[in-house]
Design a protein around this ligand. Structure first.
Ligand code: HEM
Length: 390
């Protein structure tokens, strides 16, 4: 048996055209073998119905996948609910609205600084600095750590791609050290930002412990920095290669239709979901897609594959937010559904809106082609574009 990505060890330096597209591989795999047994014993679920059902059945598909306690990701049941309540309070619609002016000023500064008529690197010049800045201003982190966070994002992506657990653990540890330093700098109080609020917050009538705060902040930031930058790449690539869709979004900007604009962001991410999968472990013997899965099996819920399942969406590449919103699994489903959805969609709306409002056309660069990420990472590593001035 080969592993799901066995065929793509290939050349990591290969460019567009020669790099495999994870979506194509997953589409084929889902059609032939929607419940895929990896050589290491993990069972990967690829069909929309199976992924959805597993995410909605935490009693059978537990999130306690490792000895390491991740808040709230690795928790189940009542313990999970307690921490989710605490976390959700930082990500309400009001909290998100309060962040919007800062996001807009970061987006405006980035877009104003981009050259017109010359090649712009979407992920590196737009997605990455935007992700780091909006997150830092939300959490009150100093601009001085921006470069460190950008380096960390690159190393984290490489570690994920390598599949080497030791390397992933090392990168995670480095992130914890960055967070610990930020917490130490706040011990004397006097700062009012989300990080300081979290340090004073209480769970079960007691203050959060240092390790708990680090874990919560890691799960707000570590993966999501990369997801936001990758999402900007996916959306800009989509607009630069689909003239009609770009014209449609320009109309939404002109008509100030923010809600429809956010629906469009989510639908583009459904078509090309860069947030590939999450893990579970079975608590009892079960059956998925007619296949018996014993208790104690590691299971991967593959959102990217599920979001392109023709059984749920017909033509997976058709852009149809109204038709597809209910079944979309971009932000998951069930008790672990992403608490950062509203924040993410606002942040994406603001940066893409700014790009459209300050240009007349976004086109792919004639000099260089786009480059996919290497599986198991999805989305685009490089999206070179050219912006036409207003
Ligand atoms: C493009 C951006 C993002 C995507 C596609 C995304 C997607 C997801 C998905 C699919 C899950 C479900 C995980 C599961 O069922 O195991 C999830 C969970 C989570 N997300 Fe996001 N997310 C994004 C951004 C964010 C942001 C900006 C934050 C925080 C500020 C965030 C915080 C979390 C947390 C804490 C969880 C775990 C929730 C729990 O276990 O109860 N995410 N995300």
């Amino acid at each position: 048996m080969t592993d799901l990505f066995g065929a793509v060890e290939a050349d990591p330096h290969s460019e567009a055209g020669t790099r495999p597209d994870l979506r194509v591989m997953l589409d084929a795999q889902r059609q032939t073998c929607p419940v895929f047994h990896e050589p290491d014993g993990t069972v990967t679920l690829l069909a929309h119905g199976d992924v959805r059902a597993a995410a909605l059945d935490p009693a059978t598909f537990s999130s306690a996948v490792s000895a390491h306690r991740a808040l709230p990701n690795s928790l189940d049941g009542e313990e999970h609910r307690v921490y989710r309540r605490l976390i959700d309070a930082y990500l309400t619609d009001d909290e998100v609205r309060a962040q919007e002016p800062q996001c807009r000023s970061h987006a405006a500064a980035i877009v104003r600084g981009l050259p017109r008529g010359a090649t712009v690197r979407t992920v590196l010049d737009i997605g990455t600095p935007y992700a780091v800045r909006v997150q830092s201003s939300w959490l009150g982190w100093p601009a001085a750590i921006e470069d460190e966070l950008v380096d960390w994002m690159a190393d984290n992506r490489e570690a994920t791609r390598s599949g080497d657990r030791r390397r992933t653990a090392e990168v995670a540890e480095r992130f914890d050290l960055i967070i610990s330093r930020l917490l130490d700098a706040r011990r004397d109080g006097g700062v009012d930002d989300a990080t300081s609020r979290l340090m004073a917050d209480r769970v079960d009538g007691r203050r959060l412990e240092h390790a708990e705060i680090v874990s919560i902040l890691r799960n707000w930031t570590a993966g999501d920095l990369g997801s936001l930058a990758a999402s900007v790449g996916v959306i800009v690539h989509h607009l630069a290669t689909d003239v009609a869709l770009q014209a449609h979004l320009r109309q939404l900007v002109a008509a100030n239709r923010t809600e429809d604009f956010e629906d469009a962001m989510e639908e583009i991410l459904r078509i090309d979901d860069p947030f590939v999968s999450n893990r579970r472990v079975t608590t009892r013997d079960t059956v998925v897609g007619g296949e018996p899965i014993p208790a104690g099996t590691r299971v991967a819920l593959n959102w990217t594959a599920a979001n392109r399942d023709p059984a749920a969406f017909g033509d997976p590449d058709a852009f149809d937010p109204a038709q597809h919103a209910d079944a979309s699994l971009v932000f998951g489903i069930g008790p672990h559904r992403c608490p950062g959805r509203a924040l993410t969609l606002m942040e994406l709306r603001v940066i893409i809106w700014e790009l459209l409002a300050r240009t007349t056309r976004i086109a792919m660069s004639p000099e260089r082609g786009p480059v996919r990420e290497l599986p198991p990472v999805s989305g685009w590593a490089k999206v070179p574009i050219v912006l036409d001035p207003v």
